[in-house]
Each structure stands twice: as structure tokens, then as C-alpha cells.
Design a protein around this ligand. Sequence first.
Ligand SMILES: [Zn+2]
Length: 227
Amino acid sequence: MAQTSTYPIHCPECKSQQDEVLYDSLDVGKEPELRKQLIENRLNRVKCNSCNFEFYVDKNLLYHDSREGWMIYLNPHRIDDAQKAIDEFDQVLEDMNNLLPSGQSLPPVDLVISRIELVERIFVREAGLDPKVIEYIKYLVYTQNLDKFMPENYAMLLNGQECNEENLCFVLQDVETKKLESLLHYKRETYDDLVDLLVQDADLSLIKQLFPGPYASARAYLIQDEI
Ligand SMILES: [Zn+2]
């Protein structure tokens, strides 16, 4: 079941305060319509009672697909603050484990730090793709195109709706203007080869060495690398 709480929310336009019921967690296995709301950016949106301004409240959210058996935890942070999100995530996992009846274990839980990453990760998981291999492909594309697409300025996202049997489709988004700049196709065959190459031996796999923590992001990895 979904969990909600009431929060005091300040309107970013007129600064007035009102109480709003917002989602803390949702299970799209039980309430599939919440998936649509989230993807269309209608979930955790508020309309100000004073000035009618509508805005999205950027807050923590646990997304659970109980039919498919995976979870994604959104802990909103700036990309250069990703480490803070990772540190907090350890505590979240511990709390979630403590709530489970004994003998039960958590399904895989991915960590993301923005709403757009959450939506992307839902597509990646629903398509049965390996999120870390997808990030590795981004890593390759970024490092081969640094003259065109600096990771500081461009977010590369899987476009789930444009993927087909032949190709995976990515889109490059200008981080500042939010404009989608170009589409990029990547052969699914090459993805499959990468899965064989990178993921085989779960504990020693190359992919774990590249993205050891719970937050797998080629962009964050490359930005940190520069600092
Ligand atoms: Zn207002």
C-alpha cells in the first residue's frame, strides 16, 4: 500500500504556507495508476491556495513494483552532493530491513537522486535491462564525445518509449535549459555483449568495480573524477 503524510509546504511564488498530503512510498503493483501519475509529473504536485501557482515538491519517495519485485528509492540531491544521498540511503535500508518480518529480505533497491532519474530507472527496470550496464554505456558515450557532450552540461537518459528490438535509444538533455538536444541509438546486440562481458561473475564483476556503491551514475562518476 502507498504511504502518505501531511507536510507544511511553502509556495515558491508567494511564500504562503499550507498543509499538503504527499506520497512517501507507493506500490504500483497494487495501485498501477500511481505509476502514470508519477511519470506524468502529477504526483506530489501542489496548487497554492493563495496564488494558484502549481509546483512539484521534491521529496523522498520509495517506488515499489511488487509484481516485478524491485524498488527504487528517490533521495533528491544535487549531483555533486550524491555522497550525502548515498550515506542517508544506508540508514533507509537499515530501517526498511528492521520493519520486515524475520526471515524476509528486501528486493533489490536502486538509489536515484532526481525525479528524472527515477522515471528513467523505472523504464530501465521494466525493460529488464541492467541499470549498471546502461550506466556503463553512458560512460563510454560520454568519454568518446567529451568535445560535444560534457557530463557537467548534459544528462544522458534512456528513452524507454523509443527503444525497440534492434536499438536502445538515449536522449541527451541540456541540464540547464532542460532541452532535449539529440537522440542516440545503441545496438541492443552490443548491450547483450556487454552484459556477458561485465556482469557474469556477480561478486568480482567488472561492473561492480566501476560502480561499487548503490548509486550508479556515469555522469556523477565522471563529474567527481574531475574534482
Ligand atoms: Zn502561492
